[in-house]
Design a protein around this ligand. Sequence first.
Ligand code: ACO
Ligand code: ZN
Length: 164
Amino acid sequence: MQVILRQLGDCNIRRAEPSDLISVMEINLKTLPEHYSDYFYESLLSELPEAFLVAEIGRKHVGYIMCKTEFGFSNFKKLGFVKKGHVVSIAVVEEHRKKGIGNALVEESVNGVKLRKCDEFYLEVRCSNTEAVRLYEKQGFVIRQQLNAYYRDGEDAYLMAIEL
Ligand code: ACO
Ligand code: ZN
């Protein structure tokens, strides 16, 4: 059964299902240079469905966020070993940006990783992606590191993180 997590006007945010993955891959192809295998999408959905979310207007998919969990060194505590949520990818189709959909996807994924008792949530974002950096900052993420030549084209990433 589909459970709607949030409604923003005519846009519903809900957990993804296997039948949503083709549309999610299409949005990813249109909006971002980082792409993944079918298997990777399927494994994120089966491992962390609480934070693999889609935004839908009517029957049209307009955005997604997908995440995973990891154990590793804290982005905040010196030598701390923690459980971390990791935003692998988020996108909203161009026609439906600046309506709060990206914001809602991030907020609802925070709730999702909290259900899995993560201590922190983090992501990497291109330093030039000011739109996304600002969105994450508004959600309370802070820049913790600059990762040199993180992307294939040589651009640096900011590692941004939040304590949950
Ligand atoms: N009317 C006018 N403006 C609004 C409204 C509204 N009703 N609601 C929100 N906004 C504004 C927000 O205040 C914000 O503006 P500001 O930053 O100037 O304050 C802006 O719209 C964006 O907020 P949202 O609408 O919540 O975000 P959006 O749905 O546009 O999605 C996203 C943001 C996901 C970054 C989008 O631009 C996108 O898909 N970009 C391409 C893909 C991308 O870069 N993804 C992130 C890569 S990093 C990673 O994946 C970990
Ligand atoms: Zn990442």
